[in-house]
Write a protein that binds this ligand. Structure first.
Ligand SMILES: *[C@@H]1O[C@H](CO)[C@@H](O)[C@H](O)[C@H]1NC(C)=O
Ligand SMILES: *[C@@H]1O[C@H](CO)[C@@H](O)[C@H](O)[C@H]1NC(C)=O
Ligand SMILES: *[C@@H]1O[C@H](CO)[C@@H](O)[C@H](O)[C@H]1NC(C)=O
Ligand SMILES: *[C@@H]1O[C@H](CO)[C@@H](O)[C@H](O)[C@H]1NC(C)=O
Ligand SMILES: *[C@@H]1O[C@H](CO)[C@@H](O)[C@H](O)[C@H]1NC(C)=O
Ligand SMILES: *[C@@H]1O[C@H](CO)[C@@H](O)[C@H](O)[C@H]1NC(C)=O
Ligand SMILES: *[C@@H]1O[C@H](CO)[C@@H](O)[C@H](O)[C@H]1NC(C)=O
Ligand SMILES: *[C@@H]1O[C@H](CO)[C@@H](O)[C@H](O)[C@H]1NC(C)=O
Length: 498
């Protein structure tokens, strides 16, 4: 038993180190309006089994905080809207809250932030005047407990406080909130905290009444005639999610604050809805969340802030059957309470077989070194076992007859076959992934929606997994393999500890 515990912590530490090293993360919100909510220990077992390393609680439930201790999982705790008024009026209530709900669990439970209220400006605008004072009191209490460098204070807000989010470059907060927003941004900057954004393309799409194509909401590639471009910046928006995050960056920028990063504290898609909610389907939910995870884990920011990754929490872990409202409101969860998935979803970003909705292609980069490209092409068609027939003279992908085009075809063919087995799109730095289908004319790339199942996603051949040797790419390979190994082992431990 001791050995098991020890192994478990070593493995979780490894998972934590790996996910740290890999940059951006995707976590999950844990709502508890669930009639058969599992015990805290079982909730944590489900998190571990699915390699979820970041969670947000809506309160500071003692059982959950205890169960999350020594797991390596990072936790955002919540001040509820009901608690907010008293905290905002009294520094001593704030201090007691921090001592009871944060300090008492640190450091064994890794609490990294306090989310103060939930969408306060739109849900209970009356108490907006106490919001920033409450945040200040909590921050002062953290200073007193010497926790201010580890625990940040912020407050999740809805997109609804930005009345016209498109085009992002002209977005601005509703001016009724000027003074609260100004104080809030000042607080976030002074304390090095993030702006917490709840961003729901599901609502942007369903309330847009057909203004936006569904592909845009689901991170699917858009036909060239439907590209979404900001007319002022000429930035292309591949997804409504990116546009919402950028609208928020521009709204913050309009107050002359920069360097306040955004984290998305809620986003998701319901998997089931009422008769009047045709877009709430498990296909769309799977597509949205799968593509979201891939989007976030690519580590880039939105067009205006490409270097700031968008850490994101999916809404939500379980279907909350006790919630009021339309049917969809009860169906945002990604797991059932028995731990099985509502639809296939991998938090580690490894690609699930989700058909055409998540096509990602691997192509040669512009301006890549010619010798390296040639070596990559040779490797892919040789050891890599890509099917390079189509780029031979007279075949559909022979023209244009140049190295970049041939390498792209071969790289992609290799990648489509092998990425599930850990094959990477790297080729000594000459390759990149793209959501844009590179097919043209009769030259159809593997993985394209036009290809007749040629992607060979679950190819049983594992002879060649990734470029080795001269590519020095073995390190690219280790991470996915190690991750799946860890995943298998932690599932095992999760089951043992259930
Ligand atoms: C807690 O999370 C922070 C933020 O990622 C990390 O730097 C720190 O090492 C973690 N602490 C523990 C004890 O795991
Ligand atoms: C801004 O907020 C106020 C107060 O909530 C609201 O009455 C008004 O309609 C909002 N303005 C816009 C443009 O949404
Ligand atoms: C809010 O701020 C904007 C921009 O600074 C300004 O144009 C607007 O007049 C302000 N509104 C109020 C109600 O103060
Ligand atoms: C914020 O970050 C700056 C620079 O990284 C640092 O000097 C300062 O101490 C930090 N302040 C807080 C409150 O964390
Ligand atoms: C878990 O619960 C769901 C929904 O109630 C059910 O469809 C599924 O079969 C259950 N899975 C297992 C393994 O019991
Ligand atoms: C995905 O495939 C389905 C059915 O095969 C089709 O209806 C849908 O249009 C395709 N979507 C894309 C983006 O190609
Ligand atoms: C990451 O995603 C963004 C937004 O979709 C895209 O613009 C960018 O090219 C992607 N980067 C890579 C390396 O795939
Ligand atoms: C896919 O096939 C359709 C119909 O044959 C064609 O119009 C479309 O351009 C093709 N798409 C690509 C990316 O080749």
């Amino acid at each position: 038993m001791k050995l098991k515990k020890w192994l478990e912590s070593v493995l979780l530490l490894l998972v934590a180190m790996l996910s740290g090293a890999l940059g951006a993360f995707v976590g999950v919100n844990i709502g508890t309006d669930v009639s058969d909510l599992p015990s805290a220990a079982n909730v944590v077992a489900i998190l571990k089994a699915h390699q979820i390393g970041h969670v947000r609680l809506y309160d500071a439930n003692a059982h959950m905080l205890q169960a999350l201790s020594n797991t390596g999982i990072e936790v955002i705790v919540g001040v509820t809207n009901e608690e907010l008024l008293r905290i905002g009026r009294s520094p001593s209530v704030a201090a007691a809250w921090v001592n009871k709900n944060v300090a008492a669990y640190m450091p064994s439970t890794n609490i990294t932030a306090i989310a103060v209220g939930s969408q306060v400006l739109t849900i209970i605008p009356k108490i907006a005047p106490v919001l920033v004072p409450a945040m200040n009191y909590l921050h002062k209490a953290l200073i007193a407990a010497n926790l201010n460098f580890r625990v940040k204070v912020s407050t999740p807000q809805s997109m609804d406080i930005i009345p016209r989010p498109f085009p992002p470059s002209t977005a601005a907060f509703n001016s009724s909130w000027n003074s609260t927003i100004y104080q809030l941004l000042q607080f976030l900057r002074n304390t090095n905290s993030s702006y917490m954004l709840n961003a729901y393309p599901y609502y942007g799409y369903t309330k847009g009444d057909g203004i936006f194509p569904i592909e845009y909401a689901l991170f699917r590639s858009l036909p060239s005639v439907k590209q979404i471009v900001d007319p002022n910046t000429l930035f292309h928006y591949n997804s409504m999610f990116d546009a919402m995050v950028d609208a928020t960056y521009y709204s913050i920028g309009a107050f002359n604050f920069d360097n306040i990063p955004i984290i998305v504290t809620e986003t998701g898609w319901p998997s089931f809805g009422g008769a009047d909610e045709p877009d709430a389907t498990s296909e769309n939910a799977e597509s949205y969340n799968t593509n979201l995870i891939r989007r976030v884990l690519n580590d880039s920011g939105p067009p205006s802030q490409p270097k700031i990754a968008i850490n994101t929490y999916i809404y939500e872990l379980f279907n909350e059957d006790k919630r009021n409202g339309p049917t969809s409101e009860k169906n945002w969860g990604v797991f059932y309470t028995n731990g099985s998935a509502v639809y296939p979803l991998s938090f580690s970003g490894s690609v699930q077989n989700t058909g055409n909705s998540s096509a990602v292609f691997c192509v040669a980069k512009d301006g890549a070194d010619t010798d390296k490209l040639q070596a990559g092409l040779n490797w892919a068609c040789g050891q890599g076992q890509a099917n390079c027939a189509a780029i031979q003279a007279g075949r559909p992908c022979y023209l244009p007859n140049n190295l970049k085009s041939h390498a792209s075809y071969a790289y992609n063919d290799y990648y489509q076959k092998m990425h599930n087995a850990g094959g990477t799109c790297d080729f000594d730095g000459t390759a990149m992934v793209t959501a844009e289908d590179p097919s043209y004319g009769s030259c159809v790339y593997a993985g394209s929606s036009n290809s007749s199942g040629g992607a060979g996603r679950s190819s049983s051949s594992t002879a060649a997994i990734a470029p080795m040797g001269s590519f020095g790419a073995s390190s690219n390979l280790q991470v996915p393999i190690l991750q799946s190994l860890i995943s298998v082992i932690s599932v095992f431990f999760a089951l043992v500890s259930l």
